[in-house]
Design a protein around this ligand. Sequence first.
Ligand code: PRP
Ligand code: URA
Length: 204
Amino acid sequence: MLTVLRHPLAEHILTRLRDKNTEPATFRSLSHQLGLLLAIEATRDLPLRSFAVNTPLEPHTGGQLARGLVVVPILRAGLGMVQPWIDLFPEVSVGYVGLERDHATAVARSYYCKLPPLAGKRVICVDPMLATGGSAAQALDVLREAGAEDLSLVVIIASPEGVAAVEKKHPNVPIHTAVLDRGLNDKKYILPGLGDFGDRLYGT
Ligand code: PRP
Ligand code: URA
């Protein structure tokens, strides 16, 4: 299922991210801000367990997060979405899946994988751009094979083609995005998009 973040602040940040004149330093901090909004939205359904405390006035039964989290960025651009998870969920574990699209074919090649234990955890795969969906579908395959059961995908910009490709291979994985863009160009870049996220994040 696809959930699009609907918040005026998200649109404000996204518009500045899309602007080709936004420099890497600003691009990084805007990505961080949008990542925070997305992380809050994507964890709305996290299970809670009841937890008893004493306020200064009386006993109170509140809630505590009942499931550990693992965030898994798809290298390299996904790294720009990790810090918000660490800021909001300091206990989060971090895994890494390295995939790179071939510039001619747009097919992703795997070059790195390092994962913490995934069983019993909420596993969130993060990657800013869901274009053809090839990279995300491949990363989700890896995470499933490594034992992830409660899996979701969080992106900044999704294309209809990418959403369809992921939903076809992973129909039970919820997808959260800040926006659903129009489509892909002939080089498989998202339109209107923001260009190459990794290049803009790292100034390459
Ligand atoms: C970008 C992006 C995704 C992928 C999306 O990474 O971060 O991982 O493209 O495209 P897809 O949906 O068509 O697979 P890229 O391969 O450019 O590598 P990078 O993160 O190292 O820049
Ligand atoms: N990867 C990007 O960084 N941007 C796109 O538009 C598509 C894939």
